[in-house]
Design a protein around this ligand. Structure first.
Ligand code: NAD
Length: 284
């Protein structure tokens, strides 16, 4: 079945980014959130993002109006009932997601595919909560969604091949490059990226080099566009710590133990750019 209308649960950072990507690609997006203010902020964020494209000359005012007209908002979950695909992008909390998925499953026809944008919760577990594990899948978009090309398509143990094929085609419709991933903590990108950042923090903690030198090493030696410590400041040290804890908890392998310095900095409220201090200081 062709996917034309997407129901998006949660209008936050990821939800509004996904809505923008859908609407820019000519699809209709219905954003649902419990907080009316989040919906307003979500639409305003899309508007500002489109304004940047107009400034760059890659979009006209008329295009912007057409894109915004394809995004509707609702504080009633029933608003997503007619969607061809429902994508859950609410707060990262397993109990909350289980509750939402149960409500969505009771609302949408049994053939409707339900996807989740979770970064760290088991797709197999959420699939069971959806009551339709064959038609449940992970679609892990990257932030900022309109700019980032990758979508990890994560199969739970019982996700059907047809479901994977449908959401793979949908991701391509958005102009994204999907990669297929088996359900496992951190999926592919965070499984590799977060331990790399954690190792950079160990290197700093052990006094191997300064933060600037570690970042220069990885930029100039590996052609990374940004050093691991500067990237950690961007992601948030609390988010990096949470991912390492998920990896450590799932695999019980000491190679995933969070660096003590990372934990200490989180305890000190040095969360990176969002608090003005992390491995670097930022003007506020
Ligand atoms: P966010 O905090 O910006 O937005 C979450 C939104 O969910 C909020 O607007 C909140 O009001 C809404 N919400 C909470 N409870 C709800 C409910 N019961 N029903 C409907 N809406 C509800 O979070 P985010 O960064 O957009 O993350 C959303 C999801 O995407 C999480 O699962 C996260 O792990 C995942 N993710 C985040 C990133 C990232 O970089 N931020 C990247 C990839 C995946």
């Amino acid at each position: 079945m062709a996917i034309k209308t997407i129901g998006i649960i949660g209008a936050g950072t990821m939800g509004n980014g996904i809505a923008q990507a859908c609407a820019v690609s000519g699809l209709d997006a219905v954003m649902y959130d419990i907080a009316p203010a989040a919906l307003e902020r979500g639409v305003a964020t899309v508007g500002k993002s489109l304004d940047r494209l107009i400034k760059k000359g890659t979009m006209t005012d008329a295009d912007k109006a057409a894109v915004l007209a394809r995004i509707s908002t609702t504080t009633e979950l029933a608003g997503v009932a007619g969607a061809d695909l429902v994508l859950e992008a609410a707060t990262e909390n397993e109990q909350l997601k289980i509750k939402i998925l149960g409500q969505v499953a009771a609302l949408v026809p049994p053939e409707t595919i339900i996807a989740t944008n979770t970064s760290s919760i088991s797709i197999t577990r959420l699939a069971e909560a959806s009551g339709r594990p064959e038609r449940f899948v992970g679609m892990h978009f990257f932030n900022p969604v309109p700019m980032m090309a990758l979508v990890e398509i994560i199969s739970g143990l019982r996700t059907s091949k047809e479901t994977v094929a449908a959401v793979t085609a949908f991701a391509e419709q958005l102009g994204k490059t999907p990669i297929g991933v088996k359900n496992s903590a951190g999926f592919v990108v965070n499984r590799i990226l977060c331990p790399m950042i954690n190792e950079a923090i160990f290197a700093l903690q052990e006094g191997l080099a300064s933060a600037e030198e570690i970042d220069a090493g990885m930029k100039l030696g590996c052609n990374h566009p940004i050093g691991p410590l500067a990237l950690c400041d961007l992601i948030g040290l609390d988010v990096e710590l949470a991912v390492m804890e998920v990896l450590y908890g799932n695999f019980n392998d000491p190679k995933y133990r969070p660096a003590p310095l990372l934990r200490d900095m989180v305890d000190a409220g040095m969360l990176g750019r969002k608090t003005g201090r992390g491995f670097y200081s930022y003007e506020r």
